[in-house]
Design a protein around this ligand. Structure first.
Ligand code: SF4
Length: 319
């Protein structure tokens, strides 16, 4: 039988269910823009950024940094209350590298976000090489009273791929960051992408073993997609980046989930970009269709997240 952590319909430990178990009500993440930059763009770590990066592809309208934080939060919360009936919120500092700034800025922004009575916590997107001791100590301090999730971008565990995509850090730096954050009350989310040029399915699936060996509480996965204005889009136009097909991605995402411990909550299983800047692949599926394409494939197989770790896949006779 699947673990009780696995949602019977979704066949995964979805982050939505995980949040409901933890907080006892419907929680939504509200994206805000804290006006940070990125060390892989400003020259301190690298320049030009990751080859797939165009921050407008993951920034919903209305979160420009010129808008005061409280206004961004109010608009995001109103949207989620209206659309989903959400009762409480996690403020998500998403764009660029949200620990890459002076300590006073982090104190100001994170403190203001957590001051709202309907905010249960913050989620902070960052890079493994942009976490100084002071930032970790501050997040630990906040985590004594609030939910604090640190979202660390790894993207690939293969250093050759990390170099090829101009990621600007190595697997060892990610592992060192995880080690420094572990045991301090801070939840860890890891970001992964599948479909890099030169990446193999087998190589990617080994990432599930890596995640299983670490104190990672949640995970975001998406297909590599090219958006306008990126070097990846140039590679695509030159025929040097061949995007995955939908079937390839869905099959590998399911293979990956079957190897991932049930304890790891799944925050995301696909990526999307605004139509105006989307280059490839163009699967023409809405976000929830993409999500259910993967869920339906798990149903078709008769499998679920983590089933290969317990040997239960064999018993359902599909694999
Ligand atoms: S680390 Fe993030 S913000 Fe910086 S270049 Fe890469 S994808 Fe863009």
């Amino acid at each position: 039988m699947p673990s009780t952590l696995i949602h019977p319909e979704l066949r995964i430990n979805s982050y939505g269910s995980w949040l409901r178990r933890r907080f006892g009500c419907r929680i939504s993440k509200v994206n805000v823009d804290g006006d940070f930059t990125c060390p892989n763009r400003d020259g301190s770590r690298g320049s030009g950024g990751c080859i797939y990066c165009n921050n407008s592809s993951f920034s919903p309208g209305g979160t420009q940094p010129v808008i005061p934080l409280e206004t961004q939060m109010a608009e995001g919360m109103a949207y989620h209350r209206r659309r989903l009936g959400s009762e409480k919120f996690i403020v998500y500092f998403q764009k660029h590298t949200n620990t890459y700034g002076p300590p006073a800025k982090l104190r100001d922004l994170f403190g203001r976000a957590l001051a709202h009575p309907d905010v249960v916590g913050i989620s902070v997107g960052t890079r493994p090489d942009a976490l100084d001791d002071e930032a970790i100590a501050f997040l630990e301090e906040l985590a004594r009273e609030h939910y604090v999730c640190l979202e660390l971008g790894l993207q690939s565990m293969d250093d050759a791929i990390l170099a090829r995509i101009n990621r600007g850090h190595t697997l060892a730096e990610y592992l060192r960051a995880v080690e420094r954050v572990a045991g301090r009350g801070i939840d860890l989310c890891t970001h992964l992408i599948y479909g890099f040029p030169g990446e193999t399915r087998e190589g990617f699936l080994r990432t599930a073993e890596l995640i299983a060996s670490l104190p990672v509480t949640s995970l975001k996965l998406h297909q590599l997609h090219a958006v306008a204005g990126t070097r990846l889009a140039d590679l695509y136009y030159r025929g040097e980046f061949v995007p995955l097909t939908l079937d390839e991605y869905v099959a590998t995402a399911c293979d990956f989930l079957e190897r991932l411990p049930a304890e790891v909550a799944i925050q995301r299983l696909y990526g999307s970009a605004p139509l105006a800047i989307r280059v490839a692949p163009t699967w023409d599926l809405k976000n929830n269709q993409m999500w259910y394409t993967i869920v339906n494939e798990l149903h078709r197989r008769g499998t679920w997240q983590g089933c290969r770790l317990t040997g239960e896949c064999c018993r359902v006779g599909n694999l």
